[in-house]
Design a protein around this ligand. Structure first.
Ligand code: ATP
Ligand code: MG
Length: 642
C-alpha cells in the first residue's frame, strides 16, 4: 500500500484516534479562520483525505464556528499521527531495500548523509538523517557522514563542527565512516580527464551569460557551444592548464558532452569543473578548480560503495545525469539514487539561504537562537532529540511534497516531555497576594509531587507564607461567565496548599492593581476538600514571596506569522512578537539548581529549560513549548460570538 493511500481514513472517514486524543490542543496562533483553512488544505498534502474529513463537518462554516474548525484541524493532525504510527517502519525506501536484500543484490546496505558545510543543520535535515541512519541500522548496514565540501567560498570549519555535533546529539553515529568529497578531488580530476580522453567532455570558453543564453528552456532545445568540437588534445591541454592556475575565475569550464537538445536540461552539457581561486578549509590552496555537485556526488557514492543514495525530490531530474556519470566512468561500485519528499513545516523556513540571512542580518541572535528551526536552536529551546526523532517518524517518508503542520512537532515534544519533565511552580507575571489571616512571621512546608506521570519521581517540599505571588492572568476583577479563577469574593485552590478567598483588590492612585487581600481556610491544608465538602472550580499555581527566586523567562512564538512565509522577501513575514522577554518572574526555589539540558514543566504554563545566558544571580529560562491552553480556546470562541 502506498503512503498516500495509507493516509486516507480506512472506514468511511473515521480517523484512527489512537492514544493521541487528549494531547492535541488548539494553538493561540491559529487565530484566523483563513489560516486554519490554508493550513488544513496543506497540512497533509492530500485533498482526498481532507475532503473525507470535512464531509459533514462544520468547516464549511468556519467563520461562525472557529472552535469547531480548530477541532477539524486536530482531526487532521491525528490522521497523520495515527496512521504514521500504526504502520510505522514501512515506506517505499524500506520496501526497496528489503527487496534488494531479499534478492541478494547487495550484501550490506550502505547509505550516506551528505551535508554541505555551508550552514547549520535544521529539522528538515533531521528527516534525512533519521532516514539514512535509520534504515542502515534497521537493515544491519552502515551510514556514512560525508561532507559535500565542493564550494570553498561558502563553506567553513565552524559548520563542519556544528554538523558533527548535531548529528551526534540527534542520536546517530557514523563510527569510522566520516568522509569528505574533497578527499576524492584527485580521483574526480582523473575521471574528468577520462571523460575528455573518451570524447565525453570539453573545455568551454563561453561566459556564464552565453552558456545560460544557449541552454534553451523547458520547451526549447539548447544550442551547441562553438567550443564543443575541440580536439581531445586541446581539451586535455586546456583542462590541465585550468588546474595549473593559468586562467582567472569564470573564464573557462569543463562540460560533459551529452546532448544540448535533451528534454532534461540537466543533460544539456552540464558543467563538471569551474575555476575558483579560493582556499579550501581542507585542501588549502592545492586546487583552483572545483567539481560541481553533480560531478562529485554520485562518484563519491560509488567510491564509498554506497548502495542506496537517498536524496530529496528536487534531485529527481538529476538522476539521469547521476546515472550517466556512473555508466560512463570506470567507477568501483554502482549506487542507485532514490528520492523522497523533503520536509516542509508551516510557519517555518527551511532554506539555508534564508536561515543564513536571518543570522547575518541579526533578525535572530545566532544559529542557535531558540526560534530557529536548526537543531542547535531546537536544542537550546529545550527540545529533546527523542521528540525530533518521534516527529520525523510520524511524518513518515513519502514521494509527494506536502507541508506539515508545525503543531505536530509541538505534539511530539509534549509527548516526550510529559513523561520525563519534573513539575515546578513558576509565576511569570506576578501579582502579589497577602493572606490576611495567616500569621505574619509564620512559614510552613507543604509536599508537592515531582511528576504525577511518574510515581518514582517522588515529592519535594515547598514553602508557604503570608505573602505569595500568583499569575496576573489568574485574577479578573469583573470576570466573564466562563472565567473560574480568582475574582473578588471567589474561592480557589492554591495547588498543594490551601483554598483561598479573595476579599479585596488593592489599587494604587493610578487605579492599577497592586495586590490582592485574601483569606485562607486552614481546614484545606494540602489543597484538600474541607470537611463540609465545599468545591472550588480552579486550582492556581503560586510561589511564596520570601522564598522565590527572580528569573528572566523567554517566551518564543513562531518566527514567521504566515503559514507559508515568502522566502524571497522573508522579512515582511517575520512575526514581531516571536520573542517575549519577561524579566520579573518569580520561581519556586528548587528552580535555582536546574541543570543545562534538563526539562521542567512549569505547572499550567509549559515546558521550560535553563538557557546558557543564565548567571548565578539571574537564571534565564526558555519556553520549549506551551501546554495546551483551553482558556484561550474558549475565549476565542466567545469573542467571535455575534
Ligand atoms: P543547499 O543545498 O541549498 O545548501 P540543503 O538544505 O539541500 O541546502 P544540504 O547540506 O545539501 O543542504 O543537505 C544535506 C541533505 O539533507 C541532502 O541530502 C538534502 O536532500 C537533505 N535535506 C535538506 N533539506 C531537507 C528537508 N527539508 N527535508 C528532508 N531532507 C532535506
Ligand atoms: Mg543540497
Amino acid at each position: 500500500m502506498s503512503y498516500e493511500s495509507r493516509l486516507r481514513p480506512q472506514n468511511g472517514g473515521t480517523v484512527p484516534l489512537g492514544p493521541y486524543r487528549s494531547s492535541f490542543g488548539s494553538q493561540p496562533w491559529f487565530g484566523e479562520d483563513k489560516d486554519l483553512l490554508d493550513l488544513g488544505a496543506t497540512c497533509v498534502g492530500d485533498s482526498a483525505l481532507i475532503a473525507g474529513l470535512l464531509e459533514g463537518s462544520p468547516l464549511g462554516r468556519p467563520a461562525s464556528r472557529p472552535h469547531l474548525a480548530i477541532k477539524t484541524m486536530e482531526l487532521q493532525r491525528m490522521a497523520i499521527a495515527g496512521t504514521a504510527v500504526t504502520e510505522s517502519g514501512r515506506d517505499f525506501i524500506r520496501d526497496v531495500i528489503q527487496a534488494d536484500l531479499s534478492a541478494r543484490r547487495y550484501a550490506t546496505v550502505v547509505t550516506r548523509f551528505p551535508p554541505e558545510p555551508n550552514g547549520y543543520l535544521h529539522i528538515g535535515h533531521a528527516k534525512s538523517i533519521s532516514l539514512n541512519f535509520g534504515v542502515a541500522e534497521e537493515f544491519g548496514g552502515r551510514c556514512h557522514l560525508r561532507f559535500d565540501d565542493t564550494n570553498p567560498t561558502k563553506e567553513e570549519q565552524e559548520y563542519i563542527d556544528a554538523i558533527e555535533r548535531d548529528v551526534r546529539w540527534l542520536g546517530f553515529d557514523w563510527g569510522k565512516h566520516l568522509y569528505y568529497a574533497s578527499d576524492y578531488f584527485e580521483q574526480l580530476y582523473a575521471w574528468a580527464e577520462y571523460l575528455i580522453l573518451h570524447g565525453k567532455a570539453y573545455v568551454d570558453d563561453q561566459s556564464q551569460e552565453e552558456m545560460r543564453a544557449t541552454r534553451g528552456t523547458l520547451t526549447e532545445p539548447g544550442q551547441n557551444s562553438p567550443f564543443r568540437d575541440r580536439s581531445t588534445a586541446e581539451n586535455i591541454d586546456l583542462f590541465r592548464r585550468m588546474r595549473a592556475g593559468e586562467f582567472p575565475n569564470g573564464t573557462r569550464v569543463l562540460r560533459a558532452k551529452i546532448d544540448m537538445t535533451s528534454g532534461n536540461i540537466n543533460l544539456r552539457d552540464p558543467v563538471l569543473y569551474r575555476i575558483l581561486h579560493a582556499s579550501h578549509p581542507r585542501t588549502g590552496s592545492n586546487w583552483c578548480i572545483y567539481p560541481s555537485y553533480d560531478f562529485a556526488h554520485g562518484q563519491s557514492d560509488a567510491i564509498e560503495s554506497v548502495t542506496h543514495s537517498i536524496c530529496t525530490l528536487e534531485f529527481e531530474d538529476h538522476r539521469p545525469l547521476y546515472d550517466w556519470f556512473l555508466d560512463n566512468l570506470p567507477v568501483p561500485s554502482r549506487p542507485k539514487q532514490y528520492e523522497f519528499a523533503r520536509l516542509n513545516l508551516s510557519y517555518t523556513v527551511l532554506s539555508k539561504r534564508v536561515l543564513t540571512e536571518l543570522v547575518r542580518q541579526h533578525y535572530v541572535s545566532g544559529w542557535d537562537d531558540p526560534r530557529m528551526p536548526t537543531l542547535a536552536g531546537l536544542r537550546r529551546r529545550g527540545v529533546p532529540p527523542a521528540a525530533i526523532r518521534d516527529f520525523v517518524k510520524r511524518v513518515g517518508v513519502a514521494k509527494a511534497n506536502s507541508v506539515v503542520d508545525v503543531a505536530m512537532l509541538d505534539f511530539s515534544i509534549r509527548e516526550v516531555l510529559n513523561q520525563s519533565a519534573s513539575r515546578r511552580m513558576a509565576v511569570l507575571r506576578p501579582l502579589k497576594v497577602v493572606i490576611e489571616n495567616y500569621p505574619e512571621q509564620a512559614t510552613e512546608e507543604l509536599e508537592a509531587l515531582n511528576n504525577p506521570e511518574d510515581v518514582n519521581a517522588g515529592v519535594r517540599r515547598i514553602r508557604f507564607s503570608r505573602e505569595l505571588y500568583i499569575e496576573r492572568d489568574d485574577f479578573m476583577e469583573d470576570p466573564p461567565k466562563k472565567f473560574y479563577r480568582l475574582s473578588p469574593g471567589r474561592e480557589v485552590r492554591l495547588r498543594y496548599a490551601y483554598f483561598i478567598t479573595c476579599r479585596q483588590a488593592v489599587k494604587n492612585s493610578a487605579g492599577e492593581l497592586v495586590e490582592l487581600r485574601c483569606t485562607f481556610d486552614p481546614a484545606t491544608r494540602g489543597g484538600n476538600t474541607p470537611p463540609d465538602g465545599r468545591k472550588v472550580q480552579a486550582t492556581l499555581h503560586w510561589v511564596s514571596a520570601a522564598d522565590a527566586i527572580t528569573a528572566e523567562v523567554r517566551l518564543y512564538n513562531q518566527l514567521f506569522n504566515r503559514p507559508d512565509p515568502d522566502t524571497r522577501d522573508f522579512s515582511r513575514d517575520l512575526n514581531p512578537a516571536s520573542l517575549e522577554v519577561l524579566t520579573n518572574c518569580r520561581l519556586e526555589r528548587a528552580l535555582a539548581s536546574v541543570e543545562l539540558g534538563e526539562s521542567i514543566q512549569f505547572e499550567r504554563q509549559g515546558y521550560f529549560c535553563r538557557d546558557i545566558d543564565s548567571t548565578a544571580e539571574r537564571p534565564v529560562f526558555n519556553r520549549t513549548v506551551g501546554l495546551r491552553d483551553t482558556w484561550a480556546k474558549v475565549r476565542t470562541a466567545d469573542d467571535r460570538k455575534p
